[in-house]
Design a protein around this ligand. Structure first.
Ligand code: HEC
Length: 84
């Protein structure tokens, strides 16, 4: 229930229509350059938010194009939807 609410809030706040297929592809494309794909169920929603911020900083340090706000929200929504 909390998860559904969170995804709805994220979707409404950004105007992004959550699309699992696209979010999954984005996650797989953006999260495998430095290490293997993490398991969505290893963290909860709040922890994923923090990890995504950390990864954002790491991308900047590597001079990679960092994720934009919409991409962060899509990936976060996908991770949370898969973590139950
Ligand atoms: C610029 C390189 C880079 C990218 C891109 C990247 N990561 Fe990481 N990530 C790291 C490094 C460095 C570590 C710590 C050492 C390790 O585990 O390899 C790490 C560790 C992690 C961890 C383990 C927890 C931690 O903080 O040590 C998770 C979970 C994680 N990354 C998730 C992600 C996700 C989700 C994405 C895509 C949004 C992503 N990473 C993209 C560099 C990156």
């Amino acid at each position: 229930m909390r998860v559904i609410l969170l995804i709805t809030m994220l979707t409404l706040s950004s105007g992004v229509i959550a699309d699992d297929g696209f979010a999954k592809k984005l996650f797989e494309a953006r999260c495998t350059s430095c290490h293997q794909l993490p398991e969505p169920s290893m963290l909860n929603a709040r922890q994923w938010k923090l990890v995504l911020q950390t990864m954002q900083t790491r991308m900047q340090h590597k001079e990679m194009t960092p994720l934009n706000e919409d991409e962060i929200e899509l990936i976060h929504g996908y991770l949370v939807s898969q973590s139950q």
